[in-house]
Design a protein around this ligand. Structure first.
Ligand SMILES: [Cu+2]
Length: 158
């Protein structure tokens, strides 16, 4: 009888465990702010990027004012601008989150720049990011490291 119960429990748990490993639809909530699918990319050099979608479900504007991470010496919020046919990155300061809107951080656009990585980032690992919003406060999240050159989270095509 006991064995039968255990077997049933295993069958129920298996799909749950599989779902937990899938990177899709990962999100974190902090007050009215939702951080969706934070991810990063494998890099052999000392700089890397982190990306995510920031959603403000509230009726008041907010701003992402600071990002920190134990994996890098310095973390900056950058924007990418094309000037004279060249993509240039520069510090963006804070990211404005208007009421009931979302902002996507992605390669080639707004991104979190990890500068002076203490070690290379490897595909499949998770890195800690600490985000500070002016209104909502501070939250620690984890970003999954995708393969080098990935353009979207869960981009496992080869
Ligand atoms: Cu950058």
């Amino acid at each position: 009888m006991r064995c039968a119960v255990l077997a049933a429990a295993t069958i129920v748990l298996a799909p749950l465990l599989a779902a937990a490993e899938a990177p899709a639809h990962e999100f974190h909530k902090l007050g009215d702010i939702v951080i969706e699918q934070p991810w990063s990319r494998a890099t052999p050099v000392r700089v890397g990027g982190a990306y995510m979608t920031l959603r403000n479900n509230g009726d008041a504007a907010d701003r992402l004012v600071k990002v920190a991470s134990p994996v890098a010496e310095r973390v900056e919020i950058h924007e990418t601008k094309v000037e004279g046919g060249m993509a240039m990155m520069r510090p963006a300061g804070a990211i404005e989150l208007k009421r009931r809107s979302s902002v996507q951080l992605k390669p080639g656009g707004l991104h979190v720049m990890l500068m002076g990585l203490w070690r290379p980032l490897k595909e499949g690992e998770r890195i800690k990011l600490v985000l500070t919003f002016e209104r909502a406060g501070t939250i620690e999240i984890e970003a999954r490291v995708e393969k080098a050159g990935a353009m979207a989270p869960g981009d496992h095509r080869h």
